[in-house]
Write a protein that binds this ligand. Structure first.
Ligand code: PAF
Length: 282
């Protein structure tokens, strides 16, 4: 496994291959990332995992400075997984000057949910992913479904720019208690870690309400938020959306969408200063 830090060296190395795959990450890898690598391996002739904490997708008050940077441990975790290249550029390599060309995803997709609570987040994500595409020129990109909206933004971007890249989403990996694996779980205190499973449990209760035939989405969402907030969480959103476009379904379409696998419940909430997200398809 090679560790490459510059775009020029990466281009030179990848020139010998026909079908590169990219697994973009911000590092502090866990088993969820390794599942992405495992999914990518059979789809390519060279597998690149990028590790880059992308300043553009953090708001000023967010955790850019404290985001765990654990390159040595990440490389150790990737050794033997089938990863061929770790692309770990410095910030000055990716952003040698202020990034003035950016990718602006459509507001109806990028300014809702995560984008509402983290304005500009998807501009930052789409811009760096586009730039990583330029670095790797992948035929396949593999992303986790935990970042559901991000996956959708990347899919739409690839489709709209007619890029010959397959976008593959991999199911969320969970701890035995059901907590979705996330690099940010590392911020949780022991006490918060025991509370953390309640985000997934609340999403499950929303799914159950839908399966029980409840079609009043506002009630499902309000009950979920008050149940989670009663457990020392602060909810940003707990919501039922259409899978196709992440818009709210009308009451009249809830049952048909539910029966055809057309719904997803998504949540974001804070435990202390740690913000976690999760989702479940219905
Ligand atoms: O999901 C992530 O880790 C990041 O948003 C990504 C896709 C690597 C872009 O920085």
């Amino acid at each position: 496994m090679l560790i490459i830090k510059t775009i020029a060296a990466l281009h030179q190395h990848l020139a010998a291959y026909k079908r590169p795959a990219l697994v973009p990450t911000m590092g502090h890898l866990h088993a969820g990332h390794l599942a992405l690598v495992q999914a990518a391996r059979p789809l390519c002739d060279v597998l690149v995992v990028s590790i880059f904490v992308n300043r553009l997708q953090f708001l000023p008050h967010e955790d850019f400075d404290t985001y765990p940077r654990t390159l040595d441990a990440d490389c150790a975790a990737l050794a033997g997984t089938g990863c061929d290249v770790v692309f770990a550029p410095l910030e000055s390599e990716i952003y040698p000057e202020r990034q003035v060309f950016t990718v602006q995803p459509p507001p109806e997709l990028a300014d809702i949910l995560e984008g509402h609570f983290r304005p500009g987040f998807f501009v930052g994500v789409a811009t760096v992913v586009q730039k990583l595409f330029g670095c790797v020129q992948p035929h396949v990109v593999v992303l986790g479904q935990k970042d559901y909206q991000q996956l959708m933004v990347v899919r739409r971007m690839v489709q709209q720019f007619a890029q010959p890249i397959d976008v593959v989403g991999v199911a969320t990996l969970r701890a035995p208690d059901g907590l979705a694996l996330s690099s940010r779980n590392a911020y949780l205190t022991a006490d918060q870690r025991t509370q953390a499973v309640h985000l997934a449990m609340t999403l499950q209760s929303m799914v159950q309400a839908l399966r029980n035939g409840v079609t009043d989405i506002a009630t499902i969402e309000a009950n979920a938020a008050s149940a989670l907030n009663a457990r020392s969480w602060q909810t940003d959103y707990l919501t039922v959306r259409r899978r196709s476009d992440l818009m709210q379904p009308a009451a009249s379409e809830v049952t048909a969408l539910r029966d055809n696998g057309g719904l997803v419940v998504l949540g974001a909430a804070r435990l202390g200063s740690t913000r976690l997200i999760d989702n479940l398809e219905v």
